[in-house]
Design a protein around this ligand. Structure first.
Ligand code: GLY
Ligand code: MN
Ligand code: MN
Length: 446
């Protein structure tokens, strides 16, 4: 019996598949060839230090290299992709060396050391050559019509929505690494570490530098969890146990995981019961994920589930239906139920179900929803309901016309815990889904 192929063994089939998808997109948009620029390093104002490099995700779709600034890919349907790989002659930094991985066999690779060398290696572009990438001075002379054509971008974004087997394997591995980080973070929380200490434990267990993570991790104790994208890391160890929300993922070959867990300070109290209730709700929503499901409906159903939980907890004094209908649940869950995940943590393609179709708007009361279409086999989505006690939203409501619908004493009891989010990543299959996150945690504990 032959061993199953690891992610890298699946790259040749991925390359063949995305070559075919890209050829269709180019033909539909009237182009014969495509140049994809990886991006350039950016220098801080009045400084010689660069910001962390983030490659153009269209480049990463082809080339699984996180660090190839100023490289350029030339795609011509019917030909092997050609990678002009930038190896600067620089004695200050370690020059990139030509990659030795197996995936290089699918490319014609030519080292280049400067933009003039890149341009000399390419035919002069014409109106049938599209260029994707951030504007760089060397490409400024190109006709504006060919730089990042919106219609082609829409087509290619649609092609990135259904993940190939290689991408699915990379996302599984990113989940496995992220789950390892979360297990270590949990131990650090139990040891009484600060937010900073928990973050360090996460990085060490993933084996990744902060700049390698798919997004800036959120490590939030107590009331800090009420800030949805809390970006601070307190250095002080807490004097007593506190709740902790950690939203952190790892990367693999450019693909990310996006995982959130919330742990109460102690078991048996009202906040712990709310965390367990939200976990049960999250799993019941996960169980409904399958191809064909209209995501906005699942989002609205999540609001009904959260209204029921808040009513059981004594926060709401009106019925769950009335709370959803009057928009009150959005005070507690102001973000969307989830989003597409891939090379970008908020991946492209969430708002259109066809390359040239109109954008599908989110429901009027739920403008933050980033995924408004039906699910398809091969999509990877996050599913992340939350309940937060956010002063900026609750403060005005306390003095507004719906104030009597809320028990403010219960809010005051719960607000020291900040909030709860539970977030898994799911691969949509024809008749259900594969929960990449829960299976990664289960494999670590078996
Ligand atoms: N970590 C960002 C998000 O959950 O969307
Ligand atoms: Mn997310
Ligand atoms: Mn997240």
């Amino acid at each position: 019996m032959t061993a199953p192929l690891g992610p890298d063994g699946l790259h040749p089939a991925h390359l063949a598949e995305i070559s075919a998808r890209s050829a269709r997109a180019l033909e539909a948009c009237g182009f014969d060839s495509l140049w994809i620029h990886a991006g350039s390093e950016r220098t801080a104002f009045l400084d010689d230090q660069t910001y962390p490099f983030r490659p153009n995700p269209h480049f990463s779709w082809w080339v699984p290299l996180p660090d190839a600034p100023d490289s350029l890919l030339q795609i011509r349907p019917g030909h092997r992709p050609r990678l002009l790989f930038h190896c600067s002659r620089d004695f200050w930094h370690l020059p990139p060396s030509l990659p030795e991985a197996d995936w290089v066999r699918g490319f014609d690779i030519q080292p280049v050391a400067s933009w003039p060398e890149v341009l000399a290696a390419l035919p002069p572009p014409d109106h049938r050559t599209a260029v994707l990438g951030e504007p760089v001075p060397a490409l400024e002379g190109l006709a504006p019509a060919v730089l990042n054509p919106p219609t082609l971008l829409r087509w290619l974004h649609e092609q990135r929505v259904r993940k190939t087997d290689f991408e699915r394997a990379c996302l599984r591995e990113a989940s496995r690494l992220g789950a390892k980080g979360h297990v270590a973070a949990r131990a650090a929380q139990d040891a009484g570490d600060s937010e900073f200490g928990v973050h360090q434990a996460f990085l060490a267990a993933c084996g990744q530098r902060e700049m390698e993570l798919p997004y800036r991790a959120i490590v939030a104790r107590g009331t800090n969890a009420a800030t949805l994208h809390y970006q601070n890391l307190e250095r002080a160890r807490p004097g007593k146990p506190t709740s902790l929300l950690i939203d952190a993922g790892a990367s693999f070959r450019g693909y990310g995981s996006d995982i959130t867990r919330t742990r109460p300070a102690r078991s048996g109290d009202d906040f712990a019961a709310l965390v367990s209730g939200l976990d049960r709700l999250q799993q019941s929503l996960c169980a409904r994920v399958k191809a064909g499901l209209a995501w906005p409906q699942l989002h609205l159903d999540a609001h009904h589930g959260i209204a029921s939980l808040l009513r059981e907890t004594g926060v709401l004094r009106i019925s769950a239906d009335a709370a959803v209908d009057s928009g009150l649940t959005s005070l507690f869950l102001p973000h969307g139920l989830g989003h597409l995940l891939g090379l970008q943590v908020h991946d492209v393609g969430g708002f259109h179900d066809a390359p040239l179709g109109e954008a599908i708007p989110p429901p009027p009361r739920h403008p933050a929803l980033r995924l408004t279409r039906r699910l398809q086999e091969g999509m990877v989505v996050t599913l992340e309901p939350g309940i937060y006690f956010i002063d900026a939203l609750l403060g005005p409501a306390r003095h507004g016309p719906k104030s009597s619908a809320i028990d403010w004493n219960r809010i005051d009891q719960l607000r020291p815990h900040g909030g709860i989010r539970i977030e898994d990543n799911l691969l949509v299959t024809g008749d259900g889904s594969e929960n990449l996150t829960r299976q990664a945690f289960a494999a670590l504990s078996s």
